[in-house]
Design a protein around this ligand. Structure first.
Ligand SMILES: [Zn+2]
Ligand SMILES: [Zn+2]
Length: 141
């Protein structure tokens, strides 16, 4: 990470180092707000815009990408998770990852048929998770 920043000509400030390392520790897809909350616990002098700017930088460096699942909140997905799709629960906002191995094979076939080179793709599916469906059934009885 240090090397990556240096090679691209960015300075590694202590604040930046903290934001980067906290972000890379996150298992889930954090929003700026969530990451900001985490970081404030450790260093309350870091402002919201600093967190936001560094998240943009993390994306620019190719360590994460932005995902928009349609609720107006931008979340950040670490690329180290490898290619995967997202199931997004519209009710509780839970985001679950799933393997796209089978789909990748299919896309390769499509690309070959159409003589097209795929650079990226994303699969974001909206619906209701188990918990929320169970809740729905209870309240509707
Ligand atoms: Zn993801
Ligand atoms: Zn849910």
């Amino acid at each position: 990470m240090r090397e990556l920043l240096k090679n691209k000509g960015f300075k590694l400030t202590p604040q930046r180092e903290l934001i980067f390392s906290i972000f890379l520790e996150q298992r889930d897809h954090v929003s700026v707000d969530e990451l900001y909350d985490e970081i404030r616990k450790l260093d309350s002098s870091i402002g919201y815009s600093t967190v936001w700017r560094n998240l943009k930088l993390i994306c620019k460096l190719g360590l994460a990408r932005e995902i928009n699942v349609g609720d107006g909140i931008t979340r950040y997905d670490q690329v180290t998770h490898g290619p995967h799709g997202h199931l997004f629960c519209v009710k509780c906002k839970k985001l679950v990852e799933f393997s796209v191995d089978k789909i990748v094979g299919f896309l390769d076939q499509v690309a070959e048929d159409k003589n097209f080179q795929i650079e990226s793709f994303k699969i974001e599916i909206q619906g209701l998770c188990d918990d929320c469906r169970a809740l729905n059934e209870k309240t509707s009885v």
